[in-house]
Design a protein around this ligand. Sequence first.
Ligand code: HBI
Length: 365
Amino acid sequence: MQNNVSSPQALKLLFVSTPVGGLGTGLGGGVELSLYNIAKEMLRRGHTLQIVAPTGSLWNEFAITQIPGNLQVIAQSQERNDPITMPSNSLLANMWAYARQVQTEYDLIVNFAYDWLPFYLTPFFQTPIAHFVSMGSLSDAIDQIITQVSKSFPHTIGFYTPSQGATFANLTTPCHYLSSGLDLSLYQFCGEPRQQLAWLGRISPEKALEDAVEVAVKTNIPLKIMGKIQDEKYWQKICHDYPHAPIEYLGFLSTDKMQSVVRECQALLMTPRWVEAFGNVAIEALACGVPVISYSRGGPAEIIQDGKTGFLVEPDSVTGLIDAVTKLDTINRQACRQQAETEFSLEALGLRFENWFQMILDSRY
Ligand code: HBI
């Protein structure tokens, strides 16, 4: 008997990763964490999964097909109307050539790359492709191809947040907002912080680490910095400009080591110069009971409950950040952990992705 509600049957999923770095190197930023958590939750829910990722990927919990080739230039470093560039022996092209070869073994392919090619290839594939878009609009050529795919393949475009989706001006068809989620058991609550602040993320100009360093200088509160140095010159400039800042760079740490530092901080500072698509680091902090002080821009503005689990500050205002730091004792750290449990559990994330995947498969016929 045909049941009229499409119960989510077990899917054979192929995840194709970002071409900017191996999984586990930190070069993929928030989308690495998202891919990890979604993969873990899909397996827990009984689906089967293969990941295609660059050679040099470090994860060992999943079946990963490692593909060689030259990394793609990061999209943030390009100008909006730059042409699409492809290096010789393109890793991105090699990953998608592999995906094409094996596509019939899968019910659905999920693209995690913020690159023109996978969108362009969509009509040439028999197996449907779900595109998880991990940043806001950055490039005219990528905007155009995303709009084209969203028209021809309804439901196949997914974002973290509505504010991220809104940066793509001409998107008309229904898009999906998947938010994010974490394995909360990896994050331990701390009720009594030390006198220190945290900053987490790829060290790259769009993250405006210099503003957080300025807060450390002006408040003389030590700042613990963690994340991959993506732009070495940018990092050296910050060190040169603020020689006496009370900052400590701890490197790109494992989740366990990172949370053991963050949980003891009074707050996480987020200083996005761009429209942050989500801000996975915000929910990592909340999971430890750490309030988040962020510019009111993009994903963080949809995550933080102003005055309750952190503070939203006028964008690019360092004095606004400093004012918020002085108000931290009004925040109940339990409320921060509670919000992570209510809104950002892995179960909630898995259900959102499962529904999205089912919607794509159901809308094919
Ligand atoms: N740039 N070209 C390109 N492709 C990506 O997949 C990509 C990127 N820059 C950053 C990035 N992915 C991730 O760090 C963010 O999506 C989180």
